[in-house]
Design a protein around this ligand. Structure first.
Ligand SMILES: *Cc1c(COP(=O)(O)O)cnc(C)c1O
Length: 393
């Protein structure tokens, strides 16, 4: 009986680590005050929120008053894009992004198009990398916002954000980056990256779901997208998710303090997976070979249907994904793999394994036995594969 369960889907979400959980629980029980209240319950909650703001700021090299708490990465992306677009609409209505953004950015940009904005979706190369020259060429007089993700959630490719943001600055254009995949995983410093706005999310770094933050550089102006109370500098109304905020603060400071050590270990496991998986016949690596998230493995197996591969791996206790968790379930191939120029067939045979801090060498050992076995079995059943074999003989 299979009783092992191996989680290799940290790009989709991570568990709340115990140190974070312990930090949060008082704020779900005894310390339940509303941070806006004057009494001691309120003041305790306010202190917790402001301490966490300090932790988040410190983790990314920002001042604490540049951190605005949101309900997660998706809301942070929406607030950045809609907020800037609305604020600067008299200056221009052109936005630049990339074809491989997370749907939180892509769908928001598409919604802005319906509202009369124009959006340029920059292409990427075969490795998922943007060319800064393409950005330069796309800039117009009426460009008001550039939004490019730091690292891609599906293929792990890390973009040259500092270089791209510098181009934006030269043209006095606001630059936003969705850094949900990088904060806590690789060094992220808002000054080194030279971004004006940056999104992050707790549940991708061992914090709770439903809490994130938008970094807003001093002087960057944006309109609110929700209406209500005066919380979060009157930009993001609603009673604060105090326990979530405390969890985010703890998670991000732990992640950043352990980053170097963990990333070394995770990178070693990643490289072993990539090396051995790509040695399987008719298998390719998706994403950049070096400029890549420490925990991301994305490979395509020809003559394999990603969905059946996932189901078969799940039966062996291995949790992985094909494309991104948000898009699996639909039969459309991943927009990211399509933008990278993969054929439909190759995109459909993709497998994403995203490693976390607690994955072990033994687990990887097991996975490296299980995957070739499943691939062989599925290929044996595939008429395309048999046809290919026949052609060789
Ligand atoms: C997970 C993710 C998001 C969405 O964050 P939520 O907190 O789940 O809303 C946005 N962008 C990227 C790159 C992500 O990986």
């Amino acid at each position: 009986m299979m009783n092992k369960r191996i989680y290799l889907d940290h790009g989709a979400t991570t568990p709340i680590r115990s140190e974070v959980f312990e930090e949060m629980t008082p704020y779900l029980q005894g310390n339940f005050g509303n941070p806006s209240s004057i009494h001691s319950f309120g003041r305790d909650a306010r202190k917790a929120v402001e301490d966490a703001r300090e932790q988040v700021g410190q983790a990314i090299g920002a001042y604490s008053d540049e951190i605005l708490f949101t309900s997660g990465g998706t809301e942070a992306d929406n607030l950045a894009i809609q907020g800037v677009a609305e604020k600067l609409k008299d200056k221009g209505k052109h936005i630049i992004t990339s074809q491989i953004e997370h749907h939180a950015v892509l769908d928001t940009c598409e919604a802005m198009e319906k509202k009369g904005y124009e959006v340029t979706y920059l292409p990427v190369d075969n490795n998922g990398l943007l060319d800064p020259n393409n950005l330069k060429e796309a800039i117009r007089k009426d460009t008001i916002l550039i939004t490019i993700m730091h690292a891609n959630n599906e293929v792990g490719t890390i973009q040259p954000i500092a270089e791209l943001a510098k181009i934006a600055k030269e043209h006095d254009i606001v630059f936003h980056s969705d850094a949900v995949q990088t904060v806590g995983s690789i060094p992220v410093n808002v000054d080194e990256l030279a971004v004006d706005l940056l999104s992050l999310s707790a549940h991708k770094m061992y914090g709770p779901k439903g809490i994130g933050a938008l970094y807003i550089r001093k002087g960057t102006k944006l309109d609110k997208i929700f209406h209500g109370g005066a919380q979060e500098r009157k930009i993001r109304p609603g009673t604060e998710n105090v326990a979530g905020i405390v969890g985010l603060g703890k998670a991000i400071s732990l992640a950043v303090s352990e980053l170097e050590l963990k990333s070394k270990k995770i990178t070693a496991l990643r490289d072993r997976l990539i090396k051995e998986l790509t040695s399987i016949e008719d298998t390719q690596l998706n994403g950049h070979p070096e400029k890549r998230l420490p925990g991301n493995v994305n490979v395509s197996f020809e003559y394999i249907e990603g969905e059946s591969l996932l189901l078969n791996l799940d039966m062996k206790g291995i949790a992985a994904s094909s494309g991104s968790a948000c898009t699996s379930g639909s039969l459309d191939p991943s927009h990211v793999l399509m933008a990278m120029g993969l054929s439909h067939q190759t995109a459909h045979g993709s497998l994403r394994l995203t490693l976390g801090k607690d994955n072990t060498e033994e687990e990887i050992e097991y996975v490296l036995e299980a995957i070739p076995e499943v691939i062989n079995r599925l290929r044996e059943m595939s008429s395309l594969w048999k046809g290919k074999e026949a052609n060789y003989s």
